[in-house]
Each structure stands twice: as C-alpha cells, then as structure tokens.
Design a protein around this ligand. Sequence first.
Ligand code: ADP
Ligand code: MG
Length: 239
Amino acid sequence: MNRTLAATNITVRFGGLTVIHEVDLHIRPAEVLGLIGPNGAGKTTFVNVLTGFQKPKSGSVRIGDTDITFTKPEHRARSGLVRTFQAVRLFSAMTVSENIAAAGLAIGLSRAEVRNRERSLVELLDLGDWVDVKARALPYGIERRVGIARAMVSNPAFIMLDEPAAGMNEEEAMAFLAVVRAIRETGAGVLLIEHNMGVVFRLCDRVQVLQSGRTLAVGTPDEIRSHSMVREAYLGSSA
Ligand SMILES: Nc1ncnc2c1ncn2[C@@H]1O[C@H](COP(=O)(O)OP(=O)(O)O)[C@@H](O)[C@H]1O
Ligand SMILES: [Mg+2]
C-alpha cells in the first residue's frame, strides 16, 4: 500500500504576494525529510499547507491515494498527520504526565488508552525522569520533547516538527537526535524544519532546500552538502 504523504504543485498567496511557487514535496513512512532554507523561505507556510492550517491557491496534498487538500487540521490529525509548533504550548501548572494525558483525552482516547499511550511515549522519548515534574520547571530541551509527546499521542503516521531544536544547547540538540531516530523507528515519516546543519545532516534521509518559496534542491545530505547553489545561497552564509 502506498502511504506516502505527497504535496504536488503547491502555490500559496497572501494577498498579492506569492510565497510558495509550485512546490512538490513528499515524505515516505519511516523517513526523516529535512526542510531547510533561510528565514522567510516559506517552510512554516508549507507545513501549514500539509497540516491544513493554510489553504493553498493551487496544488494538492495526499496521503496515499486519499486527497486531503481541503480537510481540517483535526481531520488530518485523526488520519495520522500531526505537527508541533515553533513555540511550545504546554500547560505550565500541570505535570509532564498530565500534559500528555490531556492531549490524549482531547483527541477522544479513553483513560485506559491514554495510560497505555503515555507509558509507551515516556519510554520512546526517554521522559521517565520527568513524568511528575510540572511543565514550568522543565529544562528547555525536555519541554520541547514533551511537546512532541503530546503530538505523538495519536500514534501518527506523519509528524511535522517546526524548528523543534531551536534554542537548544549543543548537548540538548544531540539528545534530540535520538528522539527523532526513535520516532522514525515507530515507522512514522518525519518532516524536520531545522537550522542546525549538524543536526540536519546527521539525522535526515533526504533534505529539501526552499528559497523564496521555490525548491532550490532536494537530495541526500551528501548531495545537498556538495550542491553549489545551496552552498552559495544558504550554507555559505550560515554554516
Ligand atoms: N499569515 C501571513 N500573511 C502574510 N504573509 C505571511 C503570512 N505568513 C507568512 N507570511 C510571509 O510568507 C513568507 C514565508 O514565511 P514562513 O513560511 O513563515 O517562512 P519560514 O518558516 O521559512 O521562515 C514570508 O515572507 C512571510 O513574511
Ligand atoms: Mg518558520
């Protein structure tokens, strides 16, 4: 069965301004796709289109043979396509355990299902030392990880992570590599927006480079690293 998440020929306009120009992108199960590019390139907008927060002017989004271009975010989440946001959204007065449980209850899981999901996510994301700690007392890297646990409560087929390692120190960023690898092990396809090229090149199976709303290159980390236009446009200036 073809369970690839595929966006085809996506164009997005805000008023008169075209910010995504006929972009194609796909993610296979158990694949980490890195989406990189300078600020304003259109990465978040593209994830909004994939997850139903932004309607494209044209183009389509499919999971396998099912067209989901105009379905609501909640509907996509129920079909296994979830995301995190650039800013963490946790309930600060609640513990890690309660934060994960709240996400499970919000999508209609029973208490028993919530307990099961919580147990497996705590193990998968290595949160065992933190379950009873209130969210407001968490170190930054752990806080981000709990945000991912909340998104993963539905056992998604695809998860979109918008700058999940932003603001992490180097140690937290390296621990984060293991988190994403664990997610891939579940068979989920991962889209990772990330500026830390060390993280991107270590972690991703493929990398897609956006620039001014267009695809500049797609390829393996090695291909992207040696791509002359990418080096000039992006890596040269920031790496
Ligand atoms: N809601 C909006 N209305 C108008 N312009 C927007 C909106 N969201 C994003 N943009 C513009 O679209 C472009 C792409 O933004 P964004 O997708 O946030 O880029 P990135 O995530 O790569 O930094 C930018 O020029 C940004 O200013
Ligand atoms: Mg962004």
